[in-house]
Ligand binder design. Structure first.
Ligand code: PMT
Length: 399
């Protein structure tokens, strides 16, 4: 429930992308937001007010001159109510009216009366998007502090291929979350390692492990939303690079070691959520090893322990480690906390039902260097990321 208690006023204007706007309402509601909808006359040609009324569980506002409910001046009351106004889709016409201060329907009037954050999510034909007038109007809005999002490049409804397709509802909701979050990590640079590493045996095969990167990617995304400058150093995963982070892809543990080294001095918080391969083949075969070769043994050598190396070097950085254990997890985790000079270790028993690799949830015990123990119970990795960052912020503030 990332948006619990937030009040979002969704403005819907007359473009074909309006058919996706009910999904925005649905996703916002699932995240705990209260949603009210204002539609232009054009928007009602694409989607009925009843759809939005049903999805938002609130009356939909279309008419500038209807009789007053509760004796409120409607456009002022709506403008005051919203924590954020989101126009999705935003047509060239509504963008132009907003830029020029034209208030000739309920939505454009609300926009002129607004004191809250406004996000404009354009959707239009590529040539309209790129037209000098529209570019100028979008630039004017940005200069005034309005958030104007990108569009997607795709085959458009008019059969042209190019930019102008509205962002997907999930991306829009993610941006709303980003812009409404308290920026309590704004002073800090957070470096997160995530995912597995791969150690090649030959051009075909490699050693790796089951890490999906989910835990680390949630940590990086949450830290960025909370205002931190984030470096995400990731081994190969199936996940897309999160928005708002400096994404540093790596393959081997040595690559990850080098990348952490490159960012370590500027880093305030290093979170080692990755599962780097501890060993690599002693030698790499440049040619594919044939099936009939003698492979009864594979010589391995140790990789550098990244957390241990930088734990010994740290000055005032906060170092958060993870431990993936299959037995005696608390005792082994405590050993790693001490040996690697960590400030905090997040221990998961990877054999437990709701914990460890690839799952969307995790069950952990968190040990602190000062002896504090926290058992937050099973939660989604997204929630756990926030929990870990809350505790990290406490350590930073106490320094
Ligand atoms: O990616 P997911 O599928 O979401 O799964 C999440 C996770 C289970 C991978 C994650 O929560 C986790 O536990 N990561 C640590 C995995 C691991 O390598 O544990 P470890 O006990 O072997 O290592 C202890 C710490 O040292 C870890 O912070 C690890 O990043 C670090 N380490 C380990 C080996 C190495 N060569 N260098 C390191 O820095």
């Amino acid at each position: 429930m990332k948006l619990k208690g937030k009040k979002i006023l969704l403005g819907v204007t007359g473009g074909i992308a309006a058919y996706k706007s009910p999904s925005i309402v649905s996703l916002l509601k699932k995240q705990g937001a209260e949603v009210k909808v204002v539609m232009t006359e054009g928007a009602t040609q694409f989607v009925t007010p009843l759809t939005f009324q049903t999805m938002s569980a609130n009356a939909v506002h279309c008419d500038m001159f209807k009789a007053m409910d509760h004796m409120d001046v409607e456009h002022i009351a709506l403008a005051k109510w919203a924590d954020m106004i989101v126009i999705a889709p935003a047509t060239e016409n509504t963008i132009a009216k907003f830029a020029y201060g034209i208030a000739d329907n309920l939505l454009s009037t609300v926009l002129q009366a607004s004191r809250s954050k406004v996000m404009v999510v354009p959707a239009m034909n590529t040539f309209m998007l790129e037209s000098p007038a529209n570019r100028q109007n979008m630039a004017t809005l940005k200069e005034r502090g309005v958030i104007v999002t990108d569009t997607q490049r795709d085959l458009l409804a008019c059969n042209d291929v190019g930019s102008g397709k509205m962002l997907e509802p999930a991306e829009i909701v993610d941006l709303i979350d980003f812009h409404l979050r308290e920026k309590d990590l704004a002073e800090y640079i957070v470096t997160v390692t995530a995912g597995p590493t791969q150690e090649a045996v030959d051009p075909v095969r490699y050693l790796t492990n089951h890490s999906s990167g989910k835990m680390g990617y949630h940590l990086a995304t949450a830290a960025a939303k909370r205002g931190a400058k984030v470096n995400l150093i990731s081994g190969p995963t199936a996940l897309s690079a999160p928005a708002y982070v400096n994404f540093v892809p790596v393959v081997t543990t040595q690559d990850m070691f080098d990348a952490v080294g490159a960012y370590f001095d500027e880093t305030d918080v290093l979170i080692k959520a990755a599962a780097p391969a501890d060993f690599k083949p002693a030698s790499y075969s440049a040619q594919k090893v044939k099936k009939d070769s003698d492979m009864s043994s594979l010589q391995l050598v140790k990789n550098p322990d990244i957390a241990k190396h930088f734990g010994a070097k740290k000055t005032d950085q906060v170092l958060v480690g993870f431990a993936a254990e299959s037995q005696n997890e608390i005792a082994f985790g405590r050993g790693k906390l001490e040996k690697k000079h960590l400030d905090m270790i997040v221990i998961n028993n990877i054999t437990a039902a709701n914990a460890g690799f690839q799952k969307d949830v995790n069950t952990v015990t968190i040990l602190h260097a000062d002896g504090a123990v926290d058992e937050p119970g099973t939660m989604s990795k997204e929630e756990l990321a926030e929990h870990i960052l809350d505790q990290t912020l406490e350590i930073l503030k106490a320094r």
